[in-house]
Structures are given as structure tokens and as C-alpha cells.
Design a protein around this ligand. Structure first.
Ligand code: FES
Ligand code: FES
Length: 160
């Protein structure tokens, strides 16, 4: 099959990619662009591990063709930290509150929570659980993830 040329802005950098027309966005990010921070779990839209931000909104990159993202802006977990490597408030909060164990689900949670707190800077417990309901974690039992989200909200408020 002939590859097609697409242009994605990934973590602020314009990337031109020749990729098979049926390639998933998750595979394009991982295999064509080497951004293996985006994890792939179920590959059918259930686990949320592959969540990235498409024009700022969380999407499951395993459910989207790379070609569909042509011309759009994508943020992966690699793009959440500041250019000097300083971790984002959400990343720092997850580290501080032990919001991860094996870490497999973590890139998806970090992207989801980044968008969640942008849209709702002070969520209740219920709103946090609703907000992360599309991301599955098999390790933490979610309690420390909820704590991490509240801590991230505090850090964002302190730093704004
Ligand atoms: S790998 Fe995409 S939702 Fe599970
Ligand atoms: S930390 Fe292991 S799946 Fe979430």
C-alpha cells in the first residue's frame, strides 16, 4: 500500500510523516516518530493508556487514524514538561502523591488530567472520578490518583 504524507504538530514541533493510510495515530506516534511515551494497552478504546491531546482535547490515539490527525496539534506525555525539563504540575503531583505504581497507565492519566484541570481548576472528588473514568489503572486503586489530581490543582493555583 502506498504511504501518504501527513503533517502533525507534535509537542509544538511540525513533523512531516510518510505513513501507511491505515496506520493508527498511536502507532504513528510510537513507530514513525519514536514517541514511545504514549502507551498502547487494549488497542480498542477501553483502557485509555493511549490518550493524547488533539487540539487540547483528550482522544484515544488507538481509535484514530494518523491520517485523520493531519494538520492538527497533538500533545503527548513527552510534551507536558517545560522545555527545560521541569515537570508539569500534574506530573509533579502524581510523583508527590504516588499516583502511579507500574506506570503503564500514567501517560494517559497525565494527558487526561491536564485537560481536566484546564477546564475545571478545582474539581470535586466526584468530578475527578468522572473525569478519569475513561482511564483504567490496574495498580493504584485510584485513591492516590484522586489525591494527585487535587494536589495538581493546588500547585496550578499556587503557581498562577
Ligand atoms: S490502547 Fe487505546 S484505549 Fe486502550
Ligand atoms: S500504575 Fe500500573 S496500571 Fe496504573
Amino acid at each position: 500500500m502506498t504511504d501518504i504524507a501527513i503533517t502533525l504538530t507534535v509537542n509544538g514541533v511540525v513533523r512531516r510523516v510518510e505513513t501507511p493510510g491505515r496506520r493508527l495515530l498511536s502507532d504513528c506516534l510510537r513507530h514513525d516518530l519514536g514517541l514511545t511515551g504514549t502507551h498502547v494497552g487494549c488497542e480498542h478504546g477501553v483502557c485509555g493508556c493511549c490518550t493524547v491531546l488533539l487540539d487540547g482535547e483528550p482522544v484515544r490515539s488507538c481509535l484514530m487514524l494518523a491520517a485523520t490527525a493531519d494538520g492538527h496539534e497533538i500533545t503527548t506525555v513527552e510534551g507536558l514538561a517545560a522545555p527545560d525539563g521541569t515537570l508539569s504540575p500534574v506530573q509533579r503531583a502524581f510523583a508527590e502523591c504516588h499516583g502511579l505504581q507500574c506506570g503503564f497507565c500514567t501517560p494517559g492519566f497525565l494527558c487526561t488530567v491536564t485537560a481536566l484541570l484546564r477546564d475545571n481548576p478545582a474539581p470535586t472528588d466526584e468530578e475527578v472520578l468522572e473525569g478519569v473514568s475513561g482511564n483504567l489503572c490496574r495498580c493504584t486503586g485510584y485513591q492516590n490518583i484522586v489525591k494527585s489530581v487535587h494536589r495538581a490543582a493546588e500547585i496550578i493555583a499556587e503557581e498562577s
